[in-house]
Design a protein around this ligand. Structure first.
Ligand SMILES: Cc1ncc(COP(=O)(O)O)c(C=O)c1O
Length: 460
C-alpha cells in the first residue's frame, strides 16, 4: 500500500542545504549589467562599495559561482527557525473539491513573520564581519524591517529603518516590534534626509513608497561613516540567500516522490519567488524538467504585467545604480494597498530577464479577491496569511479550480511567505466591506514611463 503523504514535511537540520544556489550561473543569457548613473557605464563591484558591504557587492556581481557556501554562523542562526515545513494543503484541496495536490512552503514561522529573515541574517553577518558600525534600510509592510532588526540586534549592529508612511500609520505594532529589537524607525518620506525633504516638498500628502524609503536609507548610509545600506529584495544577492526556500522545497518534495507542475509565488521585488523557483528554474534551464512558474502581483502595482522592460533607478530619489527590469517608473507611487510589501515600482533584474525570455508567467490580481482567498485559506489551513502571501494563495486556488474542471491531478507548489497577524487593519477593512480595488489607468502608468532615464545609445 502506498504510504500517505504527511500534512507537514520537515527536513532535519542535517538535511538543510549548506550552500545557496546562484541561478545566474545557469541562465542562458544574463540580465543586463547594472548601470552607474554617474558614468552611464556598467557598474563595477568597486562602484558598489560605498553603498553595500564588500562581500555583498561581490555576491551582487558574481554571475559565475553556481553554489555559494553558507557561512557556519549563518547556518547556526538558520537552525533557530529552519528548515521550514513544506505543507500539503489537504483541507484546502477538499474545500475546493480539486483533484490537484497543493503544497506550500511556509516561511512565516519566525518573529519577522516572513521569509525576509533568510537574507537579513546573511546581510547583518557580512556587515559585522567587515567591522561596520551601523546599517540603514527601508521597509514597506514591516516584515523586512523586523527581520533586519532581529538580525542586527543578534550581531550587535545599530540599525535605522525608513518605514513607508502608509505602513507606519497602518501598522503601529510592526513599528513597536522593530523598536523592540532596538532599531530606530522613521516614517518615510521624512525631514531627516535631502531625498525625503525634496519628495515632501513636491508632494506633502504622499503616503510614501518603497522607492522613497530606499532613497532616504541609501542617503543616510553614504553620508554616515562606517555605515552601509541593506536592501531586502530585488537584488541578486537577496535572491541568492532566498534560494534556501527552493532548495529545501525540492529536497522535501523529492523525499515524498513529488515534483511540482506549477510553482507560484507573490512578487514585490521578487526575492521570495526568485528563491522558491531557483532550483526548479535550474531544471528548466538545463532541460531536466519543465515546470510552469507564475509570479503574482497586485493589480494596483503591476510591474511585470503592465510595466516596461527598461533601465530604471531602484529608488525614487534616483541615487541608486540603474537596473534593467520591468518597471512602472521610479516615480510611480502606487495607491495605498494593503499588501504593502508588493508596492514596489520595479522587479528583480533576474526575474525580469527570465520573464522577458519566456521562462515565467505573471498575473495581476485585485486585493478583494486576494482577501477572499486569504480568509478561505485561513479557515481551511489554520494559518492567517500575510496579504502579500495571499496573492500566491489566490493564484494557487485558481490553478486548482482549473484542475477541477479538467480533471487533471496537477501538483501545485506555492510560497506562503508569511503570516498576517500585523495586518489586521487590512483584514478589518476587508471584513467591513470597506476595501477598494484600485487599478491604475494607462494614463496613470504613462506618467511613470515618461520619466524613465535616458541613456545615450541604450535607451532614448
Ligand atoms: C510576507 C511578504 N511576502 C512577500 C513580500 C514581497 O517581497 P519579495 O517579492 O521580495 O519576496 C513581502 C515584502 O515585504 C512580504 O512581507
Amino acid at each position: 500500500m502506498m504510504k500517505k503523504i504527511p500534512h507537514r514535511i520537515y527536513l532535519t537540520e542535517e538535511q538543510m542545504p549548506k550552500q545557496w544556489y546562484n541561478l545566474r550561473a545557469d541562465m542562458k543569457e544574463l540580465p543586463a549589467p547594472m548601470m552607474n548613473p554617474a558614468t552611464l557605464r556598467p557598474a563595477t563591484e568597486e562602484d558598489l562599495y560605498p553603498v553595500f558591504c564588500k562581500e555583498l557587492a561581490h555576491q551582487e556581481m558574481d554571475d559565475k559561482t553556481r553554489y555559494v557556501p553558507i557561512p557556519d554562523e549563518i547556518l547556526e542562526f538558520y537552525k533557530m527557525y529552519r528548515p521550514s515545513p513544506l505543507i500539503r494543503a489537504y483541507n484546502l484541496e477538499k474545500a475546493l473539491g480539486t483533484p490537484a495536490k497543493i503544497y506550500y512552503k511556509f516561511e512565516g514561522n519566525n518573529t519577522s513573520g516572513s521569509h525576509k529573515l533568510n537574507s537579513a541574517v546573511a546581510q547583518a553577518y557580512y556587515a559585522k564581519k567587515q567591522g561596520l558600525k551601523s546599517l540603514t534600510t527601508e521597509t514597506g509592510a514591516g516584515q523586512w524591517g523586523t527581520a533586519l532588526a532581529e538580525a542586527c540586534s543578534f550581531f550587535g549592529i545599530p540599525l535605522t529603518v525608513f518605514m513607508v508612511k502608509a505602513s507606519y500609520e497602518q501598522k503601529p505594532f510592526r513599528k513597536a516590534i522593530i523598536q523592540t529589537f532596538d532599531a530606530n524607525v522613521i516614517a518615510s518620506p521624512s525631514n531627516t534626509t535631502d531625498a525625503g525633504r525634496k519628495i515632501l516638498q513636491e508632494n506633502p500628502e504622499t503616503s510614501g513608497s518603497l522607492g522613497c524609503a530606499i532613497s532616504e536609507a541609501v542617503e543616510k548610509a553614504v553620508t554616515t561613516p562606517d555605515c552601509r545600506y541593506v536592501l531586502g529584495s530585488v537584488l541578486n544577492q537577496v535572491l541568492l540567500h532566498q534560494s534556501i526556500i527552493g532548495l529545501e522545497s525540492k529536497i522535501a518534495m523529492e523525499s515524498i516522490g513529488e515534483y511540482p507542475d506549477v510553482i507560484i509565488g507573490c512578487a514585490g521585488g521578487g526575492s521570495n519567488l526568485g528563491g522558491l523557483i531557483a532550483p526548479f528554474m535550474q531544471d528548466k534551464l538545463t532541460g531536466k524538467a519543465n515546470p510552469r512558474m507564475v509570479a503574482v502581483e497586485p493589480a494596483s502595482c503591476p510591474s511585470l504585467t503592465r510595466g516596461k522592460y527598461a533601465y530604471d533607478f531602484c529608488d525614487t530619489g534616483k541615487i541608486t545604480p540603474m537596473a534593467k527590469m520591468y518597471t512602472l517608473g521610479c516615480e510611480f507611487i502606487p495607491a495605498p494597498n494593503h499588501a504593502g510589501g508588493l508596492r514596489y515600482h520595479g522587479m528583480s533584474p533576474v526575474l525580469s530577464k527570465l520573464y522577458h525570455d519566456g521562462y515565467m508567467e505573471a498575473v495581476a490580481v485585485q486585493q478583494t479577491k486576494v482577501f477572499n482567498a486569504a480568509t478561505l485559506f485561513a479557515k481551511q489551513e489554520t494559518i492567517l496569511p500575510a496579504p502579500e502571501s495571499a496573492h500566491a494563495i489566490y493564484a494557487a486556488i485558481e490553478e486548482a479550480l482549473k484542475c477541477k474542471e479538467t480533471g487533471e491531478e496537477k501538483t501545485i507548489l506555492f510560497g506562503l511567505t508569511g503570516t498576517g497577524y500585523f495586518d489586521m487593519t487590512a483584514y478589518t477593512s476587508y471584513l467591513e466591506g470597506k476595501m477598494n480595488d484600485f487599478i491604475p489607468t494607462d494614463e496613470d502608468l504613462q506618467k511613470g514611463f515618461d520619466k524613465l532615464p535616458k541613456i545615450p545609445g541604450i535607451q532614448g
